[in-house]
Design a binder for this molecule. Sequence first.
Ligand code: FAD
Length: 526
Amino acid sequence: MDFALFCTRVDILLLLLLLIALCSPCKFIQSPIHFGPLNFHQTTNTSSLDFGRIVFDSPSAVLRPQSPKEISLLLASLSASSSFNKVTVAARGAGHSIHGQAQALDGIVIEMDSLPSAISIHRGGESGSSYADVSGGALWIELLRESLKFGLAPRSWTDYLYLSVGGTLSNAGISGQTFKHGPQISNVLQLDVVTGKGEQVTCSPTESSELFFAALGGLGQFGIITRARILLQDAPQKVKWVRAFYDDFDTFTQDQELLVSMPDAVDYVEGFIVLNEHSLHSSSLAFPSHLRFTPEFHSEGSYRVYYCIEFAIHDHQLESTDVERVVTQISRKMSHVPSHLYSVEVSYFDFLDRVRMEETVLRSRALWEVPHPWLNMFVPKSGIGEFKDLLLDNISPADFEGLLLIYPLLRDKWDANSSAVLPDGGGRSEEQVMYIVGVLRSANPATCAAHCLQDLLRRHRRVAQAATDPRIGAKQYLARHPSQGQWQDHFGRHWDRFVARKALFDPLSILAPGQGIFPPTYASSS
Ligand code: FAD
């Protein structure tokens, strides 16, 4: 495009954006408006919807870009004039946030799935590591499928793969591999980012590194990730998948910590609390083994819960490694309930895609598209016992619907330069082990209507508040705090760095309004 034509288009775009700014509550775009390369759509159902089904903020317009340039044009135009200070923009990946984080009330939602999802795989050799270049809007399942064609796969995952690359990299991306390889944000070599000012920047740990680390775990505040270079490793053919049951919390966590201390042997460690029959059954849908574990939840007049460790070992099907023998050696060191260790071998793909099976079953029972009042917290090792008691006091284990995940992570696998927030540990920051606890519950409207949902959310707030007290020292993951003061507490000593990065890369606070961290005029008025 020549410069004169570009300027004309920018002028028209400015006019359009002014309309959005002035007329934002009117939702005036009734049919797609084509502006040169930019196609603005009328508000769609998905642009004001997420997995949480708790917040439904409608934008004024939706952009479905065909290239990063379009995103750059939009953001550069918004930044060009202070008249548009109030127009906000949210990238929407797969929309699997819980509290409207990818929404933009009366602003513009950019649906990232419209970017071409071309994935290119580069096999390393002596000259370097293998990696994939992938669009920020691509899903992890797409990257898995493509990389497996080359016998490769990313090292670090989330449990569920129908999440976007840009979405999980804006948070952290954690799963059972995190103790070994760090979160997904520790496995990125390079990013293309369009900043809030519309600049297209390629960044890495050595090139524009401030933007690189800001964007990783940056909650979409500094720029829109349009491409990520993800580290790959040789993919195993199969996975030995093991589950062991416990009736004592301390023994359960000791064994989890034992497993994460053996990264040469173990490839994946997670675990969950068995709260009731339902949680035992629903968490085992994808685990293809007959469990003979039949716990007594009511015992001597009180309610008992149980625990399950899940670990896995990659099987590259080499003659030199006998995976069965490795499991036997490891399990001899564990202290699970005798004879309640179960193991199965599944394909690597099926193992990574295991939550899809749960999704399919829940969808068939109309239990997937329901509200999800989730709470996720990082808890220092020293506070995990107290946190577990606090949680069980607040959730009514007998009628809990969903999953209660709990597993250890190792602090030194996280890069302190990234924007992700971990517990300070209340002066115990030398503690290497911390836990991620996920209260992943569903609120079936048939049994839990609006007031019940509000009650669950209130309880979660109570737990989160008590757990962030320095005695436990926890931090929320995937948080949505209601005020800037609470965000400031959340970031703690990293708040000043976060604000400085915002001033540098998105000074008008255009981006990711759904996180509720910076009001649109915050940067310009400060
Ligand atoms: P969205 O909800 O679309 O966006 C999240 C935030 O990122 C928003 O602020 C948005 O504006 C911003 N954003 C989106 N795309 C971009 C981009 N390209 N550039 C910059 N900012 C962007 N998390 C884990 O860590 N581990 C898990 O195992 C895990 N399992 C999950 C299972 C399910 C069923 C669900 C619903 C969620 C799970 N999550 C997990 C949480 C998930 O990682 C986050 O909700 C993540 O944000 C989802 O990605 P998304 O593409 O849906 O993001």
